[in-house]
Write a protein that binds this ligand. Structure first.
Ligand code: FE2
Length: 245
């Protein structure tokens, strides 16, 4: 009886997660389509959508990743008190953080087993390829943030990230925000070969890496916003495992 209950509970959790993923995609799309604050041509918005679609078409298993990362980034930026205009601009930049993966060959991008050293070097290059692509878009002055986010979203506070091994505050601030959003989505997304962590477990892992991998200020804002948005799931997690920290 209790095994059946556990299975049922697990199924409910899976459906809730799927439902939440769809809500996130919808919310992210609606942020992008609103141009009341962001002074941009419809052309820019459709260009961003096309670039993201091109990337999602390359790797269907991570389709939606860019949209969710952009939305989490927006939530964190709002929590940090940035203006709505800044947050919307940042949402657009974060949407394109992985755009350089367009230049990574399938044998590396779609590989299910762990990467060899040579393949990892190829994968790393998505940061610099992305920065190169975005730096070519006009107007140049408006692409600075997106270029930095694409280039530096895998840097770590302790200097062990890539592509440049930047240390602490040398990493552009918006890239530090996108790094948290990106890592959280990567670890909570289900793949055909591995089940993702629960959202609460993902937040716990981000907190564990506070200060080493991630900027403490960003982690605190992220934790606060996720506690607000994932209320029921957190309550269940805390009941089962104790609090997050
Ligand atoms: Fe990336």
């Amino acid at each position: 009886m209790s095994i059946e209950n556990d299975k049922l509970l697990e199924r409910i959790e899976q459906l809730e997660k799927r439902n939440r993923e769809l809500e996130l995609l919808l919310a992210s799309a609606s942020v992008l389509s609103r141009t009341d604050l962001v002074q941009e041509e419809p052309f820019s918005v459709s260009l961003i959508q096309s670039l993201v679609l091109a990337l999602d078409s390359r790797d269907p298993y991570t389709a939606g990743h860019s949209s969710r990362v952009a939305l989490y980034s927006l939530w964190i930026a709002r929590k940090l008190g940035m203006s709505e205009e800044e947050c919307r601009q940042f949402h657009r930049a974060a949407l394109m953080h992985d755009i350089g993966k367009i230049g990574v060959p399938d044998r590396v991008l779609l590989k299910e087993e762990s990467l060899t050293d040579e393949e990892f070097q190829v994968m790393i290059s998505h940061t610099t390829i992305g920065a190169r692509i975005l730096s070519k878009l006009e107007p140049e002055s408006r692409m600075v943030q997106a270029t930095e986010v694409a280039k530096y979203h895998h840097e770590k506070m302790d200097g062990s990230g890539y592509p440049e091994g930047l240390l602490g505050e040398a990493i552009p601030f918006f890239a530090r925000i996108a790094a948290v959003a990106d890592a959280f989505d990567a670890m909570t997304t289900d793949r055909p070969y591995a089940k993702g962590r629960s959202y609460a477990d993902g937040v716990k892992e981000i907190i564990r890496c506070r200060g080493t991998h991630f900027d403490p200020v960003v982690v605190d804002a992220f934790e606060a916003v996720m506690r607000e948005r994932l209320g029921r799931e957190f309550d269940r997690y805390v009941m089962k495992h104790g609090d997050l920290v």
